[in-house]
Design a binder for this molecule. Structure first.
Ligand code: ADP
Length: 526
């Protein structure tokens, strides 16, 4: 038995005189129960924190502050803790008033003196047994919390690791778009790969975002936003017109300018999720309707479908992580049950709320999002995002160093950059990256963060120690998308931070900027 376990099986005894406590301990020791006589009440509080199976207190040793102090000590142990207290009283009269005093402690047993030995022993044994169970619950909770923490770490790692293969696939597709066959069938197959990798990328993002919302790690970048415009962008982003056509869905959108104070990227995530679900869970031939309206101080978006619907019970539960309606799995194209928890988390971070309504299974669903309206008079800033179709033609003639340990990612990026007309050098690890950057002096270095031997931030720091901004542009490409990762990268000397899989249009734009000016771009993208 460990020292800790021994302490947790002890009976603590507090009496006005040390002699009584020693006597009580002697009796318990004879029955093979460990015992600790407490010098005073401060000693009792201290020993409870160390570990205790039960405590025996004489009424005379209880001060007016004892109950409050005991409550504080036990509260610090957590909700599992309910230390059994056995209190010796002088007689019936004092028992009743004492019972009232001790009431907040809950788990106190009163024994009137003179106490029979058998009564004392059986009470102590029952108390120790109950306390042992409490410690078992504590250990279980600790193991669960530890498993939970490991699971969160695993999910973050998984998300990061999945982004590397996605980046390689996305680079390879961009290469094929440039040099691959333009015949219909190969083009159609490329579209399939593109769509499915976007789907995968979105699931990875959801996975990481849900844990960040739960841990309060998402910081909103708020500005006046027109909800109608956000919906428009979702529809374009998801290719909704084509999707609706493919599914033979009737898509109706009615939107008026409704301005809220929100993070445009996060709001887009909210409504894209709802729209995707509406398509996913509505069979062919169904109808989708989206409305955006202002109603009594709130911007209200309703996403309605005539799909598989929800039971009343599920309409409440689907916002919990990993919840899926069993019968809906055949429609789900493999979701993770994370979209709606993320929707709720993000909407609540905006001070809003979301609810699901349905008249029942196969009778369609309606998802309603309400967000506080911005005070009138403020105009929405137009949301600007590089449009791949209108992106500037990629610049050429730059010397680019790619530092990336994933071979497929490295090679596919090299091909893409060479097709764009750049000269490319490669490095597979940190030290090689620093060496080549310093000896070859490229215009731009694209650097992965999770590198062997020396990570990307250290690589940037070593390069920046010799080559200031203006002499080389440093662009981080990483699977680590958390705000603190970004901050660390920018502090290490990166000019820009891109999250994998990198959008080729964004990369092309950054290279254009790097090529246009000696001064490297300063913005953080991704
Ligand atoms: P996923 O779609 O990945 O399973 P979500 O969190 O987005 O995860 O949705 C959780 C569950 O809620 C889905 O599995 C589905 O059962 C149900 N659901 C979501 N949207 C709809 C909808 N528009 N109609 C019917 N059921 C829906």
């Amino acid at each position: 038995m460990s020292e800790q376990e021994v302490a947790e099986r002890r009976v603590l005894v507090l009496t006005p005189t040390g002699r009584d406590a020693a006597l009580a301990c002697q009796i318990l020791n004879q029955e093979s129960m460990a015992c600790h006589p407490c010098a005073d009440d401060a000693d009792l509080y201290k020993e409870i924190a160390v570990g205790a199976g039960a405590a025996i207190l004489a009424e005379e040793a209880i001060h007016p502050w004892t109950v409050q102090r005991l409550l504080e000590v036990l509260a610090r142990q957590g909700p599992w803790s309910d230390l059994p207290l056995i209190v010796f009283t002088r007689g019936t009269d004092s028992s009743e008033s004492l019972l009232e005093t001790l009431q907040p402690l809950g788990n106190a047993t009163i024994l009137e003196r003179p106490v029979r030995l058998s009564t004392l022993l059986s009470t102590v044994k029952a108390s120790l047994r109950a306390r042992f169970r409490q410690y078992e619950v504590r250990d279980l909770l600790r193991r669960q919390a530890e498993a939970d923490r490991r699971k969160d770490e695993f999910l973050a790692l998984l998300g990061h690791e999945l982004r590397n293969p996605l980046a390689a696939i996305s680079n390879a597709l961009s290469v094929l778009d440039e040099v691959g066959s333009q015949e219909e069938r190969p083009m159609r197959q490329r579209e399939v790969i593109k769509r499915q990798s976007r789907h995968l990328a979105r699931m990875v993002d959801d996975l990481l975002d849900v844990s960040r919302v739960t841990l309060g790690k998402i910081i909103l970048k708020r500005q006046p936003v027109d909800l109608g415009e956000v919906i428009d962008r979702c529809l374009t982003e998801l290719g909704m017109a084509a999707l609706a056509e493919g599914h033979r869905l009737d898509l109706a959108v009615r939107a008026q300018p409704v301005i809220v104070h929100g993070d445009p990227v996060r709001l887009e995530q909210v409504f894209c999720n709802l729209l995707q679900n509406a398509v996913k869970y509505t069979p062919r031939g169904g109808k989708l309707a989206v409305t955006v309206e202002a109603e009594s101080g709130e911007g209200v978006v309703r996403v309605r479908d005539t799909g598989i619907g929800l039971s009343e019970e599920m309409a409440q539960r689907i916002f919990e992580p990993f919840t899926q309606v069993e019968s809906s799995r055949q429609h789900s194209e493999g979701g993770l049950g994370l979209g709606l928890p993320l929707v709720r988390g993000l909407v609540e971070m905006h001070g809003g709320r979301v609810e699901a309504q349905s008249e029942g299974p196969s009778r369609g669903s309606e998802f309603i999002v309400r967000l506080p309206l911005l005070r009138s008079g403020q105009k929405a800033r137009r949301l600007v995002r590089p449009d791949p179709a209108k992106a500037a033609p990629p610049p050429s003639g730059l010397h680019v160093l790619v530092v990336e340990d994933n071979e497929d990612g490295r090679e596919s990026l090299r091909d893409l950059l060479e097709i764009w007309g750049h000269r490319v050098d490669l490095a597979e690890n940190g030290p090689e990256g620093v060496k080549k950057a310093l000896s070859l002096r490229p215009d731009v270095a694209l650097i992965d963060i999770g590198l062997p031997l020396l990570d990307g931030n250290e690589v940037a720091r070593d390069i920046r120690a010799v080559l200031p901004r203006g002499e080389i542009a440093l662009i981080a490409m990483t699977g680590y998308g958390q705000p603190e990762d970004r901050r660390r990268a920018l502090q290490a000397g990166f000019d820009t931070y891109l999250i994998k899989p990198v959008d080729p249009a964004v990369l092309a734009r950054l290279l254009t900027e790097a090529g246009r000016s000696e001064e490297a771009p300063r913005s953080a993208v991704g």
